[in-house]
Design a protein around this ligand. Sequence first.
Ligand code: AMP
Length: 415
Amino acid sequence: MYTSPRGTQDRIGQDLTVLRFIEKQARQIFKKYNYNEISTPIIEEEKLFMRSLGKTTEVVKKQMLTIKKSGETLVLRPEATAGVIRAYLENNLDKCGEFTKLFYIGQMYRGERPQKGRLREFYQFGVEAIGSSSPFIDAEVIALASQILDNINVCGYRIIINTLGCLNDKDKFAQILKKILSTKIKIFCPDCKRRIKENVFRVLDCKNETCKEAVRNLNINRKDYLCNDCQNHYESVKDNLKQIDIGFEEDICLVRGLDYYTKTVFEIKHASLGSQDTLGAGGRYDNLVQELGGKPTAAVGFAFGIERVILVSDIAEKIKDQEEKLRVFIACLGDNALKCGFKLLQNLRKNNINAEADLRQSSLKSQMRQANKLNARFVIIIGDNELEKGTVVLKNMASGEQKEIKKEELIGAIC
Ligand code: AMP
């Protein structure tokens, strides 16, 4: 027996309906905020991610699924931002307008050790707002994320924000952290000992309890590393969020796992998710466009993991009730009735009526059982009698009422 690769899942029936429902809701909100959809390839060149995410990040070091082919090294995209910015530049969107708002929905791949909320293939929806450093955009992007969650009935999420400052500030922040953490290096796990030297911010996301405790007790102030501009930017983002009644918390230890972030970073968390409690995350990446070959262009975005959103939403229950029922089931008795029913079935579908019939010549009892299972609103019964008279029997499944009507009157009676 073959099984799907670890950390991947087949989606059938209700699972797929829920996924598509969330995609649809997200798409509607993206449109309300005037974002246009972009679709980029699932495979990208490995070097794109090395350059954008950073060679020492966990994603690049440990999680990329690589395909080597004819001298090329490709990877299954672990996230979308790098590919979107590559596409933005390659398709000259930077030359079309000053400000570009893009959204995407699709699969991402990371070679993770699978666990609840941590998959190897997972879906993300996300946005990239490219071409503005305005702190209103940071707030708008966070508001957009929050509105999607509200629309799909996710309650009890927390928005946590921080700022890393510009590249200079970020460097200063890293130096301060390095200095403080080096004095206690002995207490950290082997990975963090390496991270303190290689990429000190990663120490702040370590899941090891001792490391977490040491990080909780850090005494750092944003004023120690932020320049005036970045301090003002951060204050404006917070003011803008307050203006539109978006509640948030601040956490100086929130630094995000990818190197391209500068200034605002944020995460949206949900306590019920356990250790993988981040539903979505994002922030500014004001240097990435230039890093990938464009002109200096400020940008901000986020990505949400749809599987995690599904885990905290009661939408699966809600859409069960909203699902469109089958309008008509046609039950046929005998060969000739089946021929007539087959024609009628096609006719109903051409009239945009969702209809089904059992084309295998089963007993009436079995056909009625199927109609019930499919939750059909009406059953049409055709037998020899009806064939002769050019009529059908129409049964309303909710009321149980049954009447014989002419075939020509059928569509009117069931619409
Ligand atoms: P990131 O791209 O790492 O900033 O992650 C953004 C969001 O994607 C996270 O908050 C998760 O909801 C989701 N995500 C990231 N990695 C995984 C994974 N391995 N499995 C499921 N969801 C993930």
